[in-house]
Design a protein around this ligand. Sequence first.
Ligand code: NDP
Ligand code: MG
Length: 380
Amino acid sequence: MKKVLILGSSGSIGVNALNVIKNFPDRFEAAALTVNSRIDILEKQVEEFNPPLVVVKDDEAAKKLRKKIGNKCEVLSGINGLIKAAAECEYDILLGAMVGFAGLAPTLEAVKRGKRIALANKETLVVAGELFTKMADEYNAEVIPVDSEHSAIFQCLVGENKLEVEKIILTASGGPFLNKSKEIFKTVTVEEALNHPNWKMGSKITIDSASMMNKGLEVIEAYWLFGMPPEKIEVVIHPQSIIHSMVQYNDGSIKAQLGLPDMKLPIQYALTYPERLKNNFERINMPAIGSLSFLQPDMEKFKCLKIAYDVLDAGGTAPCVLNAANEIAVEKFLTGKIKFSQIPEFITEALNKIENHTAPSLDVIYECDNRTREFVKQLS
Ligand code: NDP
Ligand code: MG
């Protein structure tokens, strides 16, 4: 029996992960579940999955939850609670499914304990890729990607020699604005940007998908996960989201991983790897799909993707600035304070303003994240 700690159990990935766990009651159980403020969802999850420990946003939320669930499990709160859970609780796999920079600290605690990290929270690799991968090596923590593209690449690499890889090809749906002109970025509504054609996800990553920042973050994520230089990481638009990514080898042969756009499959694989367990998830019906198509991404239109490549070249704390500026800009867009077109503008301003530090320590990363957030908060 493997015990799984889920950071972010109330989110889109967290809920899918609990569905996977439910499918394999003899193989997996919930060791700890964490949410931010949606304690109503957590209350039901405690009822169903009986975790010995949960973590919520703050003392007030903890008090409310205790009133509802009594002494069913231990309740911790805040960032210290998250860190304590990851550092002390008994578990085998940490599923990083929190959104944003906040997931970094508890995930690093799991790395230090040499746990398997099933990683959905790409922002941790974007802001601290160098430190994270070094520590994962040092502590022998196995990092298995959950992000569908990276899970695809990981699967295509099984049994292959990494030195024989010519390039990796990350597929991107292109999001809701693929066939719209860039002029509309000044006027699109939050609702339009949240209307992703293929995937149902949390609001932050859905906006990132609309701006293609998500693909930019994924290029950086791929760089750290697979040790590929930026020129060997190509992005191709594939509107059907059936091929989740590909690896091209030295002889020109390309391996691809296909699946329906459903995160349960990459989550299951990250939990069961190297095994493949039989499930009853829906299968692809190829004739019903008909055709698969591919296009070059337009970097003039999707500026965020271009910025992410530039930031990867710059290295140091530049990806941390990019991530923090994007998190604040997306929050501002979601709350109606700025236009969609201002997201890349704010990120560029932050990158111009905040100086770059090479090989940053965790303290430097925290300081850089903080400074960037304060800077972007006051932009309008
Ligand atoms: P959601 O917004 O649906 O869920 C986020 C989860 O994190 C929730 O449980 C939320 O709690 C919790 N959370 C948010 N902020 C904090 C915080 N400051 N402290 C503690 N907990 C917090 O996001 P997704 O599930 O869509 O995405 C999670 C991660 O996975 C992201 O990094 C995303 O990029 C990545 N990912 C997601 C995919 C998807 O299909 N959804 C695909 C590939 C990657 P609460 O509900 O209480 O707010
Ligand atoms: Mg993805």
